[in-house]
Ligand binder design. Sequence first.
Ligand code: DX5
Ligand code: ZN
Length: 220
Amino acid sequence: MEYILSPSILAADFARLGADAKEAVEGGAKWLHIDIMDGMFVPNISFGAPVMKSLRKVNDAFFDVHLMIERPERYIDDFLAAGADLICIHLEATEQAEAIAKKVHEAGKLFAIALKPATPAEAIAPYLSLCDMVLVMTVEPGFGGQKFMADMMPKVAAIKEMIRKSGKEIHIQVDGGITLENLSVATEAGANVIVAGSSVFKPGLIEQNAAAFMEAFKGL
Ligand code: DX5
Ligand code: ZN
């Protein structure tokens, strides 16, 4: 599958969110990763659907929305209305994965499930057929700028094998601590959608950093 860069705007300067996001797209990113944190499922609070809706008005990228919220079923309509192209929920946060997948697919959008580091690969098996993408967290969700957990790579490889057996085309995303240096560790394990927050959104270097990832993809 093709490699996709999804820069996480959590690491952008929120006072200049539109401009920062534009720079990432100018560097070649087709997706933007939108981290929604509720202060409950994770200890941090980021921003909500109204902020995303404003960004939607000025940016045409594919919005990859990572919902780190308890009982995400409460907010699916809001994020679809605010312009999500993909909705990713955490398996640990809901018992409504099937119903959410149905709603997202009926809206013509992509559905994904994320797994925290402690959640094993096997947990996704009953839900794999619902998914357009599986997100394997490579940090404990809640904060940007943490260290990449290389020990999640066997989980990526196990999910890759499940996907191969299923015969479906399903993306595998990795999120947390990805840099140009460890990128190939994740792609060799089977990931093709790469989230990068702090390694892209450095003031004055955003376009250049995104472009460097796009260039690195060519060498993989
Ligand atoms: C962590 C978020 C990540 C984070 C990635 O909870 O889900 O998307 O923004 O940021 P970096 O790339 O800085 O680890
Ligand atoms: Zn994320």
